[in-house]
Design a protein around this ligand. Structure first.
Ligand code: ADP
Ligand code: MG
Length: 320
């Protein structure tokens, strides 16, 4: 039961669940990912055009440590996929009713498996015509049905708030994967809340997500030393929240506040104090009354940045 507790806490919000599912689609090299969420029903559906799942793997999916991404200790050092532990779907199979429908290019049939409360209810070929091209559909119903307290917590904190978290998570995945078309739909009213079209640069996806006024006059960042590389873009015009600050390591968004504060400081020291920078005010506004560093303090602006650090996976602990 201790293990159960540990595993259930691994996914404790709808946003985390969506991230795990979308990361699986990205690991499966999907170029189109469509996510539907109905927060009040604890329902999530994700449709991708990735590599699909073989019938053999389909039988194992949802078992603890069932992963197709990492088999040996040697693999562990070099995995470049988001997943390698085989825990997300096993956890979801326990805390929801999980349905997986998948078409693998080497098999004629589409396969389906259903798990609920850790039990496999069904597994085999399906006559459903829902999936003809290779790819996978994953449907989560009754998420956290075994955890009424968690559900209560989510509903007390507001479904809208959690939907906002889902939106931010999808945006941050879309930003680092410009080549993928992402759609996030609020299934309770069928409205699209995130849409990105395939692009070639992170800036172009940034523009699609947040509009061209925020995406204009961005400066680029680039540094390379040995096998470590940093690239991205920033704007010292700033934004009134930290909402537009993104720091990734090997395409994984880092959520650690200290790092964001540190990057803020670096930007502050290197530029805010020295240069006059533009404020994101409407054109024609009089900037001259704002003086250098005092304005950062009084206006509480945070630099906008997107920074991606690429480095060998062997130099840090992936399990943290
Ligand atoms: P992990 O990602 O750590 O391998 P998961 O529990 O997230 O573990 O997924 C288990 C396995 O299910 C994956 O290793 C992969 O083989 C398969 N899988 C899950 N989602 C997809 C998907 N969308 N497309 C193809 N395979 C998938
Ligand atoms: Mg995974």
């Amino acid at each position: 039961s201790a293990i159960r507790k540990l595993r259930a806490s691994f996914i404790s919000t709808v946003a985390q669940c969506v991230v795990e599912l979308a990361q699986n689609s990205l690991d499966a090299l999907a170029t189109t990912i469509e996510i539907h969420v109905d927060m009040t029903k604890f329902f999530i559906q994700i449709i991708d055009n990735g590599t699909g799942i073989t019938p053999e793997d389909m039988e194992k999916i949802g078992q603890r440590y069932a992963t197709s991404k990492c088999h040996t200790l040697e693999d562990l050092a070099h995995v470049t996929t988001y997943g390698f532990r085989g825990e997300a779907l096993a956890t979801l199979a326990e805390v929801s009713a999980l349905e997986i429908i998948s078409k693998h290019p080497n098999y004629y049939d589409t396969y389906c498996t259903i798990l609920k409360g850790g039990q496999r209810l069904q597994c085999g070929p399906t006559r459903s015509s829902r999936r003809k091209k290779p790819g996978t559909i994953i449907i989560i119903r009754d998420l956290f049905f075994t955890y009424p307290v968690r559900r209560k917590h989510l509903s007390e904190n507001g479904f809208i708030n959690e939907l906002e978290n889902v939106k931010k998570s999808v945006e941050s995945l879309a930003l680092i994967h410009p080549q993928v078309t992402f759609t996030l739909v609020d299934a309770s009213n069928d409205s699209k809340i995130v849409t990105t079209k395939k692009a070639t640069t992170n800036i172009s996806t940034f523009r699609q997500l947040f509009g061209s006024s925020l995406a204009q006059n961005l400066d680029s960042v680039y540094a390379e030393e040995d096998d470590i590389k940093i690239d991205g873009f920033f704007s010292l015009r700033g934004f009134h929240t930290r909402q537009h600050q993104y720091f990734y390591v090997n395409k994984l968004l880092i959520g650690c506040n200290e790092i964001y504060k540190l990057i803020d400081e670096i930007f502050n020291q290197s530029s805010f104090g020295k240069k006059n920078y533009e404020l994101p005010l409407k054109s024609g506004s009089d900037y001259s009354k704002y003086k250098k560093s005092s304005m950062t303090k009084s206006l509480e602006k945070y630099p906008i940045f997107f920074i991606h650090l690429t480095c060998p996976t062997t130099i840090y602990d992936k399990c943290l």
